[in-house]
Design a protein around this ligand. Structure first.
Ligand code: FAD
Length: 494
């Protein structure tokens, strides 16, 4: 037997197995101490031929989540209990095991010292009623977590620090996934925390308009368009946000067909933005990448309104209080309106570097940074040598750079614009999506998305992106056109 490697407790996996073998003596303590958010427990009998045949299926899924080579460590604990072993008889009857293999799902701690049976209502433990093959089990899990794990997922090696590998185009390809994930995550937070209020409603609408026109991912543009078109239905301005109708509407939005970036997103993991610890990077990294990728896609005439929308969005909807406050202070210190996309992208780049510089010191003093991804003043020289006119170290060891902004802007446009999108074009997910949507969407291909679409045209894109019947879509668009015309007013200035 070898230990799982992630814990030093009682649980162990049989040689070569990823699922952890538990028994009555260690079951409660092991699950109670488990750090994973969910557990799958397979109750089986070693004599049962169907269980023997099922084992490779269960193992295939377990390998994704358990063990040193897991693609998604720390998410789900996969365990098993042999009910044919005398010592486990009481344990198996505690969970009303009436056939083999028998799979239960729930937060690990809920299994500890618990009982379960089918009639039990409101239990956090659920019977997995469709896990007969590895594919079906993973599909069931994905449905629970709204994730899109696949059996082909591989461990993501990101030992090297970003400055070393940021020039690797493969890293940029991964960034698009994180931009989608960040977008979906942002909406999820907004809904879960009921952040749409009468005073924040318009700022979300304005941000969605930018996403419709300039999000680097086509399916997020489409999803934002659908959300925008149906916005008044979900959040009628005359509806009290605490009313039962409002909660119902929120539930509808959270339902599958309202996912802002399509059904597969959020996937529940990060790629480019995945930290070496679960509490670092992730959403905040993805959000920065999203904001940068928006600023390089807008037209000059939209720079001031985009600035205002980004500032308002972070202020109203970025749930990290300190981040939102600092960022808004930096927004408020801008006194001259932006006249070009260049100015706005450079402002965001330099603002992000101010945050990096502050965090560099804080993380160093408190030891809270991700050791594999130390904060850097960005872009590091190897990534863009021509961005540096000169650099020197100050007395306290900080690096002072004389930037060549004429080089930085094209670098940002390329990094967050062309490269991000052209890499994305080749991805399998996108081609799959294309096939699904044949005939239903306009040709807003990635190359066009990098081109500049004015926000005023957002509604046009929204109409073109409707995925429901063309006639119904046209009719709705007509109705909404009237409702939205008042929103496309000049945006408030800070
Ligand atoms: C608006 C906003 C404000 C925040 N404010 C705070 C705060 O006040 N306190 C706090 O603790 N955390 C704050 N955060 C979180 C913090 O900035 C990081 O996102 C987090 O620490 C994760 O860091 P990271 O290593 O993933 O890189 P991030 O800083 O998240 O950067 C993500 C990626 O963007 C690229 N990048 C880095 N710098 C630049 C740049 N200057 N221009 C363009 N691209 C760049 C790099 O490829 C990097 O990997 C904020 C986040 C956001 C979105």
């Amino acid at each position: 037997l070898r230990s799982l490697g992630v814990r030093d407790g009682a649980g162990a996996a049989a040689e070569g197995d990823a699922a952890v073998d538990l028994n009555a003596t260690n079951f409660d303590a092991f699950l109670k101490a488990s750090r994973e958010s969910f557990a799958v427990v397979e109750f089986f009998a070693h004599w049962c031929p169907a269980c023997r045949n099922y084992k490779p299926h269960y193992e295939k899924v377990a390998k994704l989540f358990n063990g040193p080579d897991a693609a998604h460590p720390g998410r789900i604990l996969m365990a098993r209990v042999d009910c044919a072993s005398k010592v486990n008889v009481d344990l198996c009857s505690r969970f009303s095991v009436d056939h083999y293999p028998f799979l239960l799902w729930g937060p690990p701690a809920k299994f500890a010292s618990a009982k379960w049976d089918r009639k039990q209502e409101k239990s956090e433990i659920k019977l997995i009623d469709d896990g007969r093959t590895a594919e079906r089990l993973l599909k069931w899990i994905n449905k629970q977590l709204e994730s899109s794990f696949t059996l082909d997922d591989k461990k993501y090696e990101n030992e090297s620090t970003l400055p070393k590998n940021a020039s690797d185009p493969a890293q940029v390809v991964q960034a698009i996934y994180d931009v989608e994930e960040a977008t979906a995550h942002a909406l999820q937070i907004i809904l879960e925390h009921k952040m749409i209020k009468s005073e924040t409603r318009d700022s979300l609408v304005r941000f969605l308009q930018i996403l419709v026109a300039h999000h680097p991912s086509k399916r997020c543009r489409r999803g934002s368009a659908e959300l925008l078109i149906n916005f008044d239905d979900h959040w009628p301005s005359n509806l009290s946000l605490s009313s039962p109708e409002s909660s119902k509407l929120l539930e509808n939005v959270a339902a599958e067909n309202h996912k802002i970036c399509g059904k597969e997103v959020p996937r529940g993991y990060w790629m480019f933005c995945r930290g070496s610890k679960s509490e670092t990077r992730g959403f905040s990294c993805g959000l920065w990448v999203l904001l940068h990728s928006l600023t390089v896609r807008i037209g000059d005439g939209e720079s001031q309104s985009t600035f205002t929308s980004i500032c308002d969005f972070i202020h109203n909807f970025f749930i990290c209080e300190e981040c939102s406050r600092h960022f808004y202070e930096m927004c408020s210190s801008v006194s001259v309106p932006f006249k070009s996309a260049r100015d706005l992208s450079l402002w965001l780049w330099s603002t992000h570097n101010k945050v990096n510089a502050r965090l560099m010191k804080e993380e160093h003093d408190l030891g809270t940074g991700d050791p594999s991804f130390p904060k850097v003043i960005w872009p590091p020289k190897p990534l863009c040598p021509s961005c540096y006119r000169s650099s020197s170290k100050t007395g306290d060891g900080a690096v002072q750079v004389d930037w060549n902004e004429d080089e930085i802007f094209p670098f940002l446009v390329n990094y967050y614009g062309k490269t991000l999108v052209s890499s994305y074009k080749e991805t399998y997910m996108e081609s799959l999506q294309e096939k699904k949507q044949v005939g239903l969407v306009s040709d807003d291909s990635p190359s066009l998305s990098a081109a500049r679409v004015p926000i005023g045209a957002a509604l046009g894109v929204a109409i073109a992106s409707c995925t429901f019947g063309a006639l119904a879509c046209f009719w709705r668009a007509q109705q909404k056109n009237r409702k939205y015309s008042y929103r496309l007013h000049s945006l408030k200035k800070i």
